[in-house]
Design a protein around this ligand. Structure first.
Ligand code: 5AD
Ligand code: FES
Length: 345
């Protein structure tokens, strides 16, 4: 049995074999083909779309890698009003979106009351849509309140599962254990949970990546989002290079074989590092794309990293642009809510 067959059959490999697989390009074409097969077995050629609404770029945190960190004085900060968020949803709904992802920095202005008010309003207008929040680390009680208001999915990347590596990416005030606790609390409350990590973030080793995969095995998230680390000049990591595109694709494929059921996005960061990044991501096992529904006027301001795609005038057309790209890659956008298929083949 080849290493790829073993990974596919067991949905796992011992650490030494995973290390070897991640550190060589030798298996890539076989790996991507197997990942695509597994994805087609479970999800066919369906690509689910999620409408991303980046509603605030204020953030109280100071993660060393992130362009909207509190310490960056050179970014114009913005917040969308509830009405603006609702009109993003309305536009998205008309375009066929049935999942809205509200993403933002950890912005104290958006108290639990305000978040619940927004979530309730969306829920009232779109009873059959999925509402996803991606607003960082909160207390369990807050997560429960958002859930009761109608949110049903939550995205929170763990970023790195290794304590020492976590310390090199985050200031002292942040705790890996708290982030992990948040993820387990979200699951217990009943959210469909998404997690993930950056590939090629500063100081990351192959052993760190394996810790990430092991942590995901523990968490068993519904969605797993990964993308290459991309540099941003206004951060302490300005001098670090971008993560590797081939390694990110390799990890997408490994994730598909380890978590056949998972919803795996071909992320914006993947589309930013390579002109065909998202298409190649789909061919390596990804099955979700998350086009931007934020008002074009603020898109450039939500810059976690540089050169982010879909922020210019052309981006009003993301839905049709993506439609074509996805079709050319050999898949098909579906407008269903797109729940995870845990008990498929
Ligand atoms: N490069 C790539 N991804 C980044 N993120 C934050 N900063 C960067 C960067 N410089 C990712 C983090 C976060 C997600 C919203 O974006 O993983 O969870
Ligand atoms: Fe956004 Fe093509 S998907 S412009």
């Amino acid at each position: 049995m080849t290493i790829i067959e073993e990974l596919r059959a067991n949905r796992d490999l011992p650490d030494e074999k995973l290390t070897a697989l991640l550190e060589t390009e030798e298996w890539d074409s076989v790996l991507f083909a197997e990942a695509d097969e597994v994805r087609r077995e479970r999800y066919g050629d369906a690509v689910y779309i999620r409408g991303l609404i980046e509603f605030t770029n204020y953030c109280k945190n100071n993660c060393y890698y992130c362009g909207i960190r509190a310490g960056n004085q050179n970014v114009r900060r913005y917040r969308l009003t509830k009405e603006e968020i609702l009109s993003c949803c309305a536009e998205g709904y008309a375009l066929g979106f049935r999942t809205f992802v509200l993403q933002g920095g950890e912005d104290p202005y958006f108290t639990d009351d305000r978040i619940c008010e927004i979530v309730s309003a969306i829920r009232a207008q779109y009873p059959a849509c999925a509402i996803t929040l991606s607003i960082g680390e909160k207390e369990r009680e807050s997560y429960q309140r958002y859930f009761d208001a109608g949110a049903n999915r939550y995205l929170l990347r763990h970023e790195t599962a290794d304590e020492a590596h976590y310390r090199r990416l985050h200031p002292e005030s942040m705790r890996l254990q708290h982030r992990k606790d948040c993820l387990f609390a979200l699951k217990e409350i009943g959210y469909q949970v998404g997690s993930g990590f950056m590939v090629g973030s500063p100081y990351q080793t192959t052993a760190n990546l394996i810790s990430d995969l092991r942590f995901l095995q523990q968490l068993s998230p519904d969605m797993i989002g990964i993308g290459p680390y991309l540099t941003h000049a206004e951060t302490p990591f300005a001098h670090f290079e971008n993560g590797s595109f081939p390694l990110t694709l390799r990890l997408v494929a490994v994730l598909r074989l380890m978590f056949p059921y998972a919803l795996i996005p071909a992320t914006t960061a993947l589309g930013t590092i390579h002109p065909q990044g998202r298409e190649l991501g789909l061919k390596a096992g990804a099955n979700v794309v998350m086009p931007n529904l934020s008002p074009v006027s603020v898109r450039k301001l939500y810059a976690l990293y540089e050169n982010k795609i879909c922020t210019g005038d052309e981006s009003a057309q993301c839905r049709s642009c993506l439609e074509q790209r996805v079709r050319q890659a050999g898949y098909r956008i579906v407008t269903a809510v797109g729940d995870v298929k845990r008990n498929g083949v």
